[in-house]
Design a binder for this molecule. Structure first.
Ligand code: T3D
Length: 271
């Protein structure tokens, strides 16, 4: 992506431009681009900027380093020894994750995800919110929520089923298995798989091609695909907020996060 110019860089997100395309790069590679507060905030701001900026006619979303995104940051607070998520979950979903996903779905221009490695939890939901998903052969997809005693969020309850259908969506949500890129392609969860070393130029070329397209017609198409295939996205957001807010306060969530930190399988009580 050598002809892409960096126009903004914070500690957690980089924005690049090439002609009418903008690229947003999640940049916490040391944490597999897991979402801390700063990344949630910066990504919402950048997505809303790209949506509103008329000179931007397509958007590319990818991750720095070896991951797309590992989802919510599950690292433990040094002083309390517990996750930082609860009691912030409702605010995080309402103020940052959901507005970001909503803006990706409603912006009047196409968005391409270049999934360069693991996409887990909310990171997977983010990829699912994009109009086209191109995955590196080594990429993987995990609706990891159940592994830490949570339910789907960031719109995944609607976005996943729209791509893979009820059976596979249910399987991915309940078993939280890691799906490789080839399987994801067979299931219709992603649109294309490339060799790892050509993912970046290939996805960039797609974004540039879309940026040169009939943007007003693309916007109309996207709006009507949302109406036809994602009519319940807002209801899903609301249901997810209600349920997740309860679940982040549950014994199974505390066990899931402790098990993740200790690198052992969780032992859930079912509550
Ligand atoms: O309030 C709210 O925000 C609620 C919303 C919740 C939304 C969610 O997203 S819940 C789901 C959260 N995400 C996960 O449960 C995924 C956890 N991670 C994984 O399953 C795996 O790490 C991956 C599949 C993403 C990658 O696996 P792998 O084998 O390539 O890497 P690894 O060895 O597991 O991880 C590498 C490092 O990244 C490791 O740290 P270390 O040992 O090198 O110091 C690991 O702890 C760290 N890491 C991975 N995921 C996260 C993380 N650190 C913080 N948060 C993470 N989510």
């Amino acid at each position: 992506m050598s002809d892409w110019e960096t126009i903004s860089r914070t500690e957690v997100l980089e924005i690049r431009r090439s002609g009418a395309a903008a690229s947003l790069v999640l940049s916490r590679p040391h944490a597999l681009n897991a979402f801390d507060l700063a990344l949630q905030h910066e990504l919402r701001k950048a997505v809303e900027w790209a949506a509103a900026e008329e000179s931007v006619r397509s958007v590319l979303l990818t991750g720095a380093g070896r991951a797309f995104s590992a989802g919510a940051d599950l690292s433990l607070d040094d002083t309390t020894g517990t996750t930082r998520l609860s009691p912030r979950t409702e605010e995080e979903l309402r103020m940052r994750y959901n507005p970001t996903v909503r803006a990706l779905r409603t912006m009047p221009k196409p968005v391409v995800a270049a999934v360069n490695g693991p996409a887990a939890g909310a990171g997977c939901a983010l990829a699912l919110a994009c109009d086209q998903i191109v995955a590196a052969r080594s990429a993987s997809f995990t609706l990891a929520f159940a592994r830490v005693g949570l339910t789907l969020d960031a719109g995944a309850s609607a976005l996943l089923g729209a791509r893979v259908g009820l059976g596979r969506a249910t399987r991915m949500a309940l078993l939280a298995e890691r799906i490789d890129a080839e399987t994801a392609l067979q299931w219709g969860m992603v649109d294309e798989v490339t060799d790892d070393d050509v993912l970046a130029p290939h996805a960039a070329e797609l974004a540039l091609r879309l940026a040169g397209g009939p943007t007003a017609a693309f916007a109309a198409t996207k709006r009507n695909l949302n109406i036809a295939l994602l009519p319940q996205l807002e209801a899903a957001f609301e249901g997810e907020v209600q349920e997740q807010t309860r679940l982040v306060d549950s014994p199974d969530f505390r066990e899931g996060v402790a098990a993740f930190a200790q690198r052992r399988p969780p032992v859930f009580e079912g509550r």
